[in-house]
Design a protein around this ligand. Structure first.
Ligand SMILES: *Cc1c(COP(=O)(O)O)cnc(C)c1O
Length: 390
């Protein structure tokens, strides 16, 4: 009989949660301040310092950060915003919720990052901004992209959901564009459960993001209840409910100081996979140039399905049957029904993103993994792919 217990199921992207943050959350619960308060402000200060920026605004998700970026950059109905086809839905949905039109761009086959040439080719007189994604944690070609945005006078937002630690030519991701957006979702490199951060050096954008993240009220709610007397708030915009809670920040303030230690463990696992899978019928992630720091968020193996007797979905099933969690990042956006119906895109429109969509598998990669677990992944992946090699 098949063992149905999931005890030994290796969960994909399982976060490493340590004793300090457990105690910090408990402390928040005991003191009763669970909403937006001192811990959120501490996390904002810490993250701003980590990135070397003037403003860091904690939010309840990266999706919220992306949406507010669109709003404060003034994206309005009919405005076009460039978005990679190879990304998570939230990147494009943020544009749509602001009333804009996402204009999809293909990616490069080797780095999976947005193709700068296709980006420039898609700019029209209606293009107001571009959102780029540092895919899997690998920085985009920022010198070329910054040059295009300056010359063509469009705004730039960086979706850094995969790229907390990444650097391009010694400069940190999220500090190139007008606004950088980060995610602390459970599978990301630093976690707060749900959570995100918007960073900028622009005072006006920062002020607007703060107001719009909390109902459009002109004063932080927590200051209203401080000791220096009651203060009325004023609603200056029909804002959103995007604030982070202290319970969430309680996790972040202990996770962030470990960002480098976690990153080193990720790199170790990454290197182990690179060496272990070199001879398999699969394409490995492109080498990381010396001038870049990769966040090693996702290890994406591209199955060489022309040399295999199973397809990608068959491989996913086989891995799951062996109790190994896997992910797919991503089925490109032009392959999803909504974007096809709303924007008329269809299979064939973005050949590189589509090629990746049919071959990509993300393997477990987390500082929580033991050497033994990494070897379990290695031996099963090798077993499946050598068995099915043509
Ligand atoms: C995870 C992710 C998001 C959304 O982050 P949330 O914090 O879950 O809203 C956006 N873009 C990309 C590329 C992501 O991977």
């Amino acid at each position: 009989m098949r063992d149905e217990s999931r005890d030994d199921f290796l969960i994909f992207g399982s976060p490493l949660i340590e004793e300090e943050e457990i105690e910090e959350v408990v402390q928040s619960l005991r003191c009763g301040w669970i909403g937006t308060g001192p811990k959120v402000h501490r996390l904002e200060e810490m993250f701003g310092e980590y990135k070397g920026v003037a403003h860091a605004m904690a939010l309840n998700s990266c999706t919220a950060a992306l949406h507010l970026s669109m709003v404060v950059l003034g994206i309005s109905p009919g405005d076009e915003v460039i978005v990679p086809a190879m990304t998570f839905a939230a990147t494009a949905n943020a544009v749509i919720h602001a009333g804009g039109v996402p204009v999809f761009v293909d990616c490069l086959k080797d780095t999976m990052n947005i193709d700068p040439e296709d980006l420039e080719a898609k700019i029209t007189s209606r293009t107001k901004a571009a959102i780029i994604v540092h895919f899997a944690g690998r920085p985009c070609q920022m010198d070329t992209i910054m040059d295009i945005c300056r010359r063509r006078r469009i705004k730039l937002v960086e979706d850094c959901a995969h790229a907390i630690e990444a650097e391009f030519a010694g400069r940190k991701t999220g500090t190139f564009g007008d606004i950088g957006c980060f995610s602390f979702y459970v599978t990301k490199n630093i976690i707060t459960g749900e959570g995100g951060m918007a960073i900028t050096n622009n005072d006006e954008y920062a002020d607007k993001i703060k107001v719009m993240a909390l109902h459009g009220m002109s004063k932080d709610a927590w200051k209203r209840f401080s000791d220096d007397g009651y203060k009325h708030y004023q609603v200056v915009y029909p804002g959103f409910k995007y604030n982070m809670m202290d319970i969430q920040a309680a996790l972040g303030i202990h996770q962030l100081p470990r960002v480098e230690r976690y990153w080193q463990r990720r790199e170790q696992i990454w290197q182990r996979y690179m060496e272990a899978f070199a001879d398999l019928p699969a394409f490995l992630p492109a080498p990381v140039p010396e001038t870049m720091k990769h966040s090693f968020h996702l290890f994406t193996l591209l199955l060489d399905i022309d040399r295999l007797t199973i397809d990608r979905d068959g491989f996913l099933e086989e891995m799951t049957r062996r109790k190994l969690g896997v992910g797919v990042h991503y089925l490109a956006l032009h392959l999803h029904p909504y974007y096809q119906q709303a924007y008329g895109c269809k299979p064939g429109d973005f050949p590189n993103a589509e090629w990746i969509s049919h071959r990509t598998v993300s393997l477990p990669l987390s500082p929580k993994l033991t050497d033994q677990e990494v070897e379990r992944v290695v031996s099963h992946v090798r077993d499946i792919l050598t068995f099915h090699e043509m």
